[in-house]
Write a protein that binds this ligand. Structure first.
Ligand code: NDP
Ligand code: 8X3
Length: 251
């Protein structure tokens, strides 16, 4: 990682994205920090001087995504690493009791937003024969759990989309990695439940991953020699594992 790199990190106002943006900037890269909360983006930019370019953008709006990427200032335009991290879960109700607006919002952010960012940035990477798309998936995309319904589905999309990109990008020197964490303490549960007490209960007594743990893995993947591609990285806290299948019994 060095000053020839430009990392565009979505969801840089909180959690993984903020830690990832900080890691890249501290390592000497220029960073385009994307999110909706301008104040937080400006704070981040202020702590790294002109190395961080704040970009206030809602990834759910494809036209705005394409215009923003096309309009990046020249010193930030040649993106070498795209970290598609912006995303959210909303609710934990069974499928038939959920709010449709929550499903729509998760699909718009985690699927359409991620796809639009990728489509906007990829042609430049291919033309320059240099680039790395790092997508943040989740263990929820591989392992079902009650209430995971559409959230898990969006993360399964991230996994398969990443592998399909690898197939399309063969021969371009552009790398693609899907990083799939388990439980991590960020603002994720606060957003999911809209209730800080419920969010705190998710982590009570546990030792979850930190945003820094995930950022370290992202930086590692990006720092490998250009001929090495990590396809998929799944990580969990040591204190998280799998449960048995459940069986419904009438009696
Ligand atoms: P946070 O809630 O702390 O951060 C989410 C980030 O996404 C924020 O910076 C938020 O910025 C941004 N974001 C959300 N919606 C939009 C949007 N429409 N446009 C632009 N930015 C958006 O959660 P995490 O850091 O935990 O989550 C980051 C990613 O990691 C997500 O994709 C999540 O699904 C995934 N993940 C999280 C795990 C966990 O346990 N925490 C485990 C596995 C995966 P703003 O609100 O300012 O727009
Ligand atoms: C976040 C992890 O288990 O809450 O993707 O879905 S989980």
């Amino acid at each position: 990682m060095d000053s020839t790199h430009v990392a565009l990190v979505t969801g840089a106002t909180s959690g993984f994205g903020r830690a990832i943006a900080e890691r890249f900037a501290a390592a000497g890269a220029r960073v385009v920090a994307v999110g909706r909360r301008a104040e937080r983006l400006n704070e981040l930019a202020a702590s790294f001087g002109d190395r961080v370019h704040p970009l206030c953008l809602d990834v759910r709006k494809p036209d705005a995504v394409f215009a923003a990427v096309a309009g990046l200032p020249p010193e930030f335009a040649a993106v070498t690493v795209l970290v598609n991290n912006a995303g959210l879960a909303l609710g934990l109700e069974p499928a038939h009791e959920t709010d449709w607006a929550d499903w729509d919002n998760m699909i718009a952010t985690n699927v359409r937003g991620l796809a639009a960012m990728t489509r906007a940035v990829l042609p430049g990477m291919v033309a320059r024969k240099r680039g790395h798309v790092i997508n943040i998936g989740s263990v929820a995309g591989a392992y079902p759990y009650p209430g995971g319904n559409v959230y898990g589905g969006t993360k399964a999309f991230v996994h398969q989309f990443s592998l399909n990109l690898r197939a399309d990008l063969l021969g371009t020197r552009v790398r693609v990695t899907s990083i799939e964490p388990g439980m991590a303490q960020t603002e994720f549960a606060n957003v999911r439940f809209g209730d800080d007490t419920k969010a705190d209960a998710v982590y009570a007594g546990a030792e979850p991953l930190t945003a820094g743990d995930v950022a370290d893995v992202v930086l590692y993947a990006a720092s490998l020699p250009p001929h090495v591609n990590l396809n998929v990285v799944e990580l969990m806290p040591t204190g998280q594992a799998f449960g048995p299948f459940t069986v419904h019994r009438e009696r």
